[in-house]
Design a protein around this ligand. Structure first.
Ligand SMILES: Cc1ncc(COP(=O)(O)O)c(C=O)c1O
Length: 435
């Protein structure tokens, strides 16, 4: 283990806290306060954010929402999914990809990942399709697009809806197209840790006017709000739109506030710069870490770009031939890197279906209407070896409050130096992992 009496490789005070906020965000907030319109789906800031994000991403329609999870749920509801319908998503994702399915009493089914990209494996999707499968939710994990050609081909073959979970992938491209615009709908998060951050919020995009209209109803009480009232609406009094108070379907209250939209617009203007920064930093780390025996940097296939929302490296304790437990080795490396001042973290520690929610004897589930408890899928009996292995032997460089997108190259130099130092001291790592 690195000697705690020597000073850490990474000097204090050079890590930049995320999100990076400045004069533009301050002006945006003041603009809303001065205008006095804080909310309403027709509020000028809301409409402008939707227009600008749709133009940026290359989609015909965009709806703001108050979280990425809400945007995903709007998509699930707009797709017409319901009780008993199976929706295949990745075992390696944030829980929200599956929760959005449960929110509509449909059944999440998990597929394992491709160990090279960490994204859902098309071959494993095929294996898990049943006559009840209605939709796929591929997740562009860590900002790298999933295998969309293969996924869309499976969807066409089986007549499935595709909802892209692009919560981590604003501006990532697959064969020249933006992640989130390839399936029938795409959902993004603008929660604070994301590359596009506005505090809390979400964005749903689609080219399909019918899906857009249904998702808009779901967003606000099941009413056909925006479309019917647009003609007579005064944008400065969006709460006085010509609402007909007549819900046409089950709805929720998922609207974003105008303050959030204004901050989101300011951050959107800087997103290309943040993306370039993340890609430059990741490229540098990859070039330095590629030469190290005990670590593999993340792969990016030639047909797509990653926005490196997270930079995950895989460790190779097996190369030490010391019979080490991979989790203990990972924890030893994590501790040593943190001692050197690297913002190294774990993000997700088990496949999502291993979470207590999906286990039948969890003490919370009895009498609970969640469909997973009466589900035809027996989560306890399923296994996800590629996801499990990845989570055992990998860690993420850059924390939620200090991701790569916001950092200077100088910090990456220190991070790479710290990796070299920590991984060179094999005896200490072996001792710590056996400890
Ligand atoms: C892959 C993924 N899906 C969905 C979400 C949900 O987004 P939110 O936190 O905005 O609800 C997140 C982020 O938290 C995420 O990382």
């Amino acid at each position: 283990m690195s000697n705690p009496t020597t000073s850490p490789v990474v000097p204090e005070g050079i890590t930049r806290q995320w999100p990076i906020l400045g004069e533009a965000e301050r002006e945006a907030v003041m603009r809303v306060l001065d205008g006095g319109v804080l909310s309403g789906s027709l509020a000028p800031e809301i409409r402008a954010f939707e227009r600008e994000f749709a133009a940026y991403i290359g989609s015909r329609h965009c709806l703001t929402a108050n979280s990425g999870t809400a945007a995903l749920h709007m998509a699930v509801a707009a797709a017409g999914l319901g009780p008993g319908d199976e929706v295949i998503t990745s075992a390696f994702t944030f829980l929200a990809s599956a929760l959005a399915v449960l929110h509509h009493n449909a059944v999440p089914v998990f597929a394992d990942i491709d160990p090279a990209t960490f994204n859902i494996s098309p071959a494993d999707i095929e294996r898990r399709i049943t006559p009840r499968t209605r939709a796929l939710i591929p997740v562009h994990i860590h900002g790298l697009p999933a295998d969309m050609d293969e996924i869309m081909a499976i969807a066409r073959k089986h007549g499935l809806i595709v909802i892209e979970d692009a919560a981590q992938a604003h501006g990532a491209t697959y064969k020249g197209r933006n992640a989130g615009t390839i399936g029938h709908m795409g959902a993004f998060s603008v929660q604070s840790s994301k590359n596009l951050s506005a505090g809390e919020g979400g964005l749903l995009v689609t080219d399909d006017p019918a899906l857009h209209k249904r998702a808009d109803c779901v967003r606000q009480f099941g009413e056909e709000a925006a479309e019917t009232s647009l003609a007579g609406a005064d944008p400065n009094r969006p709460l006085d739109d010509m609402r007909d108070y007549n819900a046409v379907m089950m709805g929720w209250m998922y609207r974003m506030t105008a303050l959030t939209a204004a901050v989101g617009r300011a951050q959107l203007a800087r997103l290309p710069e943040f993306t370039r920064n993340a890609q430059r930093n990741a490229g540098y780390l990859t070039s330095r870490l590629s030469g190290l025996e005990l670590v593999t940097p993340p792969a990016v296939p030639a047909d797509r770009t990653s926005v490196f929302h997270k930079y995950r490296v895989r460790l190779h304790p097996e190369r030490l031939e010391a019979g080490l437990d991979p989790r203990r080795f990972r924890n030893a490396v994590l501790r040593a890197l943190r001692q050197e001042g690297v913002e190294a973290v774990l993000w997700q520690v088990t496949p999502v279906p291993s979470q207590i929610l999906f286990q039948q004897q969890n003490g919370y589930g009895k009498g609970c209407p969640w469909s997973c408890h009466n589900s035809p899928v027996r989560y306890r009996e399923e296994s996800y070896p590629a996801t499990t292995k990845l989570l055992e032997n990998s860690l993420v460089i850059g924390s939620q409050s200090a991701p790569l997108a916001g950092q200077d190259l100088e910090l990456m130099r220190y991070y790479a130096d710290a990796f070299e130092k920590v991984l060179a001291d094999k005896d200490s790592l072996i001792r710590a992992a056996r400890g």
